[in-house]
Design a protein around this ligand. Structure first.
Ligand code: MSP
Length: 642
């Protein structure tokens, strides 16, 4: 069994942006999932070079178009490498294998009588590289490119008899309900087919940049007719027929919603005309917007995926795009939302789980965990998650697949809180402690196997830390995604996988048009660089800090802040307001009546416009949520802590 998967090939007049990268990331998740499922997979990507925009951009840069495309290929490849995209082949439309395929297919259609000479007169949007009808324009502008004026062209063209294929296409859609997914796009295409099809131009006259039509070499093939053929060219059409017979038809074309018509009407008609089989499925994903706006270089709403990946790493970006956007629908990226999800899913949830497991394994069992019992509640959670994961991934509901993996992570964190391994250790319940630790380690292992397609490098790191010995590329869902109640696990410790975003460097967010101020609690008051050896202080110095018991009287959120709570506390001597950075760990109502410890003699400071008189003491584990320092509730407010 094998699986041939493709993405749209990108125009190279500019670098990839987060939207084009989204498509490649989601396709990569599918390719990796197929491989994890033991299916031989061929994953194709590439560049679309015969566009007028590409030609113009090369001339603007005073470069030979071919040399310009060579340079852009390197830029694209570097971004895909940084994002860990595991394509098996990368095709360029200027390659000889592609030219051979285009000429062969065009000739076939011509011989069949499906290409004829005619005259085109009408609008052309250079940015879409598409002929537009009056009804496609609003106020004379293309909907997707409202800042540009379409060109009126009048030229001798060769036309493809698309209209002839309306009935066969309708039949194909009806006989194959899964041909175009998701359902809303299928309905849209069915309506279009039902309303009738016109023949389309497949050549451009008087242009130098493109592939000559074999039967009329003064004309170059229209860029879309040219580009679509890449999927067949890459697996040998016109150059290696044995290979083509092995891999064609494609199993899945992943494309954006703006180009589903080309892929589900024009391309299948071309294939029917040439007597070739149709791809099994086309999936039209939605848009990734930036701060609610369409990603566009000219509007300043474009994000470079390299900048985003450089900030917190490629895996957090991959996770965000796959988990937060329901696949098929539109989604949005904002820095705030991205950092928030990073902190919740990675720093506090998965990262914290991995750190706690290795810390407990080291402390209680010298990092060696032996199997005990046959797996309790977490084993059931993991089994159920695996079947949900499979069903979702097979249906291309990628967001639900990742959510299923995270159900194991959530359940493992809850399990630790409930079983409290540290008190089992204290009470000497060695057998139960063995069971609990092994169960948590196994849950982490299964979650990491399921997360492999989305976060390849992080998954490999976690698997190594929980003692999985299978090489990441050799993992198989059937065998390794199931619960294992045997095998001693050597747990390895390591640095925090995802430090909370406050701790990450400020170097990122480069290239962002939306540089919102981050809520830092005391950025301005950063101490001078710490000395290499921590300096010791005298008791007198320590006693200068007035630590006192206080009681929380009122608590409320600070408007527009994710981290800050405003507390009114009784210090024994007065009632005052203290602003504390604990909102992610506590609900305001949980705090009222609580006995806490404060620094009582701190100079007042304004935080998000609220004056704070003092500071609340809390322990902040690396990568985890702050936890208030507790004293016995019988201690009266004002008691000195020393
Ligand atoms: N060259 C054509 C495709 C030819 S395929 C035979 C093309 N290129 S593109 O560079 O403009 O777009 C590449 C892919 O990125 C397309 O599938 C397009 O829909 C997708 N996206 C472009 N902007 C996007 C977003 N903002 N969000 C998600 N996908 C986006 O079209």
């Amino acid at each position: 069994m094998h699986f041939y998967l493709t993405t749209a090939i990108d125009y190279v007049n500019s670098r990839p942006h987060l939207g084009t990268a989204y498509e490649k990331i989601t396709a990569d998740v599918i390719a990796r999932y197929k491989r994890l499922s033991g299916i031989e997979t061929h994953f194709l990507m590439g560049n679309d070079e015969h566009s007028q925009n590409v030609y113009k951009r090369a001339l603007e840069r005073k470069m030979d178009p071919r040399a310009y495309c060579d340079q852009m290929e390197q830029e694209f490849r570097a971004v895909w490498k940084q994002l860990d995209i595991s394509f098996d082949d990368f095709i360029r439309t200027t390659e000889p294998r592609h030219k051979a395929a285009v000429q062969k297919l065009a000739q076939r259609c011509f011989d069949k009588g499906d290409i004829y000479e005619g005259q085109y007169e009408g609008w052309y949007c250079v940015s879409c590289e598409a002929f537009k009808q009056e009804k496609d324009l609003v106020d004379g502008k293309c909907l997707l490119h409202p800042t540009l004026t379409p060109e009126w062209i009048r030229e001798k063209n060769y036309f493809f008899r698309l209209s002839k294929y309306r009935e066969p296409l309708l039949e194909h859609f009806k006989a194959n309900p899964g041909f175009l997914r998701p359902e809303n796009r299928r309905n849209e295409m069915l309506r279009l087919l039902e309303s009738g099809l016109e023949d389309i131009s497949v050549s451009r006259a008087g242009q130098l940049w493109g592939i000559p039509l074999p039967f009329a070499p003064d004309n170059v093939v229209y860029v879309w007719f040219d580009a679509l053929i890449n999927y067949a060219a890459a697996v040998g059409y016109g150059s290696d027929e044995a290979r083509f017979a092995e891999w064609w038809p494609a199993d899945l074309h992943i494309v954006g919603k703006d180009i589903t018509r080309f892929h589900t009407v024009v391309w299948p008609a071309m294939l029917m005309s040439a007597g070739l089989a149709l791809p099994a499925q086309v999936f039209g994903h939605g848009w990734v917007n930036f701060g609610g706006q369409r990603m566009s270089k000219s509007l300043g709403t474009s994000l470079d995926p390299s900048d985003v990946a450089a900030r917190l790493g490629p895996d957090p970006l991959r996770l965000y795009l796959v988990k937060e956007i329901s696949y098929g629908g539109d989604g949005d990226f904002t820095w705030d939302r991205y950092e928030e999800r990073y902190n919740v899913d990675l720093a506090n949830n998965l990262g914290n789980l991995v750190s706690r497991l290795s810390a407990m394994a080291e402390k209680f069992r010298a990092s060696r965990l032996s199997p005990a019992g046959s797996g309790g509640r977490l084993a059931q959670v993991a089994e159920a998650a695996l079947s949900r994961y499979r069903a979702s991934m097979d249906a291309l509901a990628l967001h639900e697949g990742v959510a299923a993996a995270f159900q194991i992570v959530d359940a493992a964190n809850e399990f630790i809180a409930e079983t409290a391994p540290w008190s089992l250790a204290k009470k000497g319940e060695a057998g139960r402690l063995d069971e609990v630790l092994f169960e948590v380690a196994e849950a982490v292992r299964v979650a990491a196997v399921l997360l492999r397609p989305v976060m390849p490098a992080s998954s490999a790191e976690i698997l190594q830390r929980v003692g999985e010995t299978t090489a990441p590329d050799a993992l198989r869902l059937d065998r390794d995604g199931r619960w294992r109640s045997e095998g001693v696990r050597q747990i390895a410790k390591g640095a925090a996988l995802w430090p909370r975003v406050e701790e990450a460097t400020e170097t990122g967010r480069a290239g962002s048009a939306e540089r919102t101020r981050r809520e830092e609690i005391t950025v301005e008051d950063k101490p001078a660089a710490a000395p290499a050896e921590p300096a010791r202080i005298t008791i007198d110095e320590f006693m200068k800090v007035e630590l006192r018991v206080a009681k929380v009287l009122e608590a409320e959120a600070v408007p527009k802040s994710k981290k800050l709570l405003k507390l009114k506390v009784d210090t024994g001597a007065d009632q005052r307001t203290i602003v504390a950075g604990i909102a992610e760990a506590y609900q305001p109502e949980q705090l009222v009546g609580r006995t806490i410890v404060i620094v009582a003699n701190l100079q007042p400071a304004k935080l998000m416009g609220v004056e704070s008189n003092g500071m609340v003491l809390a322990a902040s584990p690396e990568g985890g949520l702050p936890m208030l320092v507790a004293v016995d509730p019988s201690m009266p407010p004002g008691a000195r802590v020393r």
